[in-house]
Design a protein around this ligand. Structure first.
Ligand code: NAD
Length: 357
């Protein structure tokens, strides 16, 4: 059956990097991948064109799509706008409207780029971790929240950490499904010694794995220790699953282990398996329009789409293999350039990946 892909280039370097990722999809379509691609407006580009960062037409196409490929949104141009119409609202709106509760953030370091990390090469070379972050619940959404004035006149800020059992079950299942496709090792990260909410998290995670995924080796870790272990010996992890806020922090920490923001893709999935795929970096306004952005994070996001939403794991492997090949051949965009390598621009990097495919 034909799969529908919605392409949302967005702002800044978004259109440049997405164009290279679309070349990769076109190449695979030419070899029999049965897809149809639509393009839509999101973020500042959408605001400029129609006055809203998430037009109804984009949302309608997103609901019908099997996979959404997003570049990035945002930029200085829109920073003074009212928060309700800022580019980021387009992204948050898509996540909320599609119920994208499971955020997959891989931290993979190609051995060729081990020197890019701030950690010693032997600690990070060949690193391959998947952090599964709950994306639509927890303290970022819990009610009540706000800033109130106490009787003594002092102001008090408050937020609420809440997780219902079904929310924990579905994110743990999502992480288990991924662990089953990898090393069958899952580490659930919580703060069960202090927070009752994550005491429940630990209990539910244990039950789901014991009852539904007996092959998976489950461990639990407190978040403070997890942060420490990530920088001490990150290769001990395969898949990690955690709450929205802990995942926000740990996934950025894990991404930085690799030293190159231009190399990492991400996925956000809902219960139907629909997914939004995007590089972890932003719209990089400082280099937008120069043609020098690294398109590999976006191309690797396409590989994730093939694996997690389009059921084409062999094609996903091929894309990852092609990226590996261009790195082996010494091609580097400026952000990952080092001595003795060949510097190429965004378009040449995309063309090289297509050729390697
Ligand atoms: P950024 O990720 O855009 O850029 C950080 C630094 O990394 C910059 O120096 C940039 O040039 C570089 N960089 C990022 N991607 C690169 C790539 N593919 N190739 C080469 N270099 C790359 O983060 P920022 O500067 O903090 O934010 C810029 C804008 O992006 C802001 O408006 C922010 O709100 C937005 N943003 C959007 C998303 C998203 O769309 N998902 C995520 C983060 C930030």
């Amino acid at each position: 059956m034909t799969k529908r892909i919605l392409v949302l280039p967005g702002d800044g370097i978004g259109p440049e990097i997405v164009a290279e990722a679309v070349k990769v999809l076109d190449k695979l379509a030419g070899e029999g991948l049965d897809i149809e691609m639509d393009e839509g407006l999101v973020g500042g580009a959408a605001y400029d064109a129609v006055g809203t960062p998430l037009p109804e037409a984009t949302l309608d196409m997103a609901r019908e799509a099997d996979g959404i490929l997003l570049g990035a949104v945002g930029g200085h141009k829109w920073e003074s706008l009212d928060i309700a119409v800022r580019p980021e609202k387009g992204l948050l709106g898509l996540r909320a409207e599609l119920g994208l509760f499971s955020n997959l953030r891989p931290a993979v370091l190609a051995p060729q780029l081990a020197d890019a990390s701030s950690l010693k090469p032997e600690i990070v070379s060949g690193l391959d971790i998947m952090i599964v972050r709950e994306l639509t619940g927890g303290i970022y959404f819990g009610q009540p929240r706000g800033i109130r004035t106490l009787e003594n006149g002092e102001r008090q800020g408050f937020n609420t950490l809440v997780y219902a059992e079904h929310e924990i079950e579905r994110i743990v299942r999502s992480a288990c499904d991924i662990a089953m496709k990898r090393g069958k090792k899952l580490c659930s990260v919580d703060k069960a010694n202090v927070l009752e909410c994550t005491e429940l998290w630990r209990e539910v995670a244990t039950r789901v794995v014991e009852q539904e995924y007996p092959e998976i080796e489950l461990s639990h870790m407190y978040v403070d220790n997890a942060a420490m272990q990530l920088v001490k010996w990150p290769k001990q992890f395969d898949v990690m699953v955690t709450t929205n806020m802990f995942g926000d922090i740990l996934s950025d920490c894990a991404a930085m282990l690799t030293g190159s923001i231009g190399m990492l893709g991400s996925a956000s999935l809902n219960e139907k398996g629909q997914g939004m795929y995007e590089p972890i970096h932003g719209s990089a306004p400082d280099i937008a329009g120069q043609g020098i952005a690294n398109p590999l994070a976006t191309i690797l996001s396409v590989a994730m789409m093939l694996r997690y939403s389009l059921d084409q794991p062999a094609m996903a492997d091929r894309i990852e293999g092609a990226v590996n090949k261009v790195l082996d051949d010494g091609l580097r965009t400026p952000d990952i350039m080092s001595d003795g390598m060949t510097e190429v621009n965004c378009e040449a990097m995309g063309d090289a990946v297509v050729a390697a495919l």
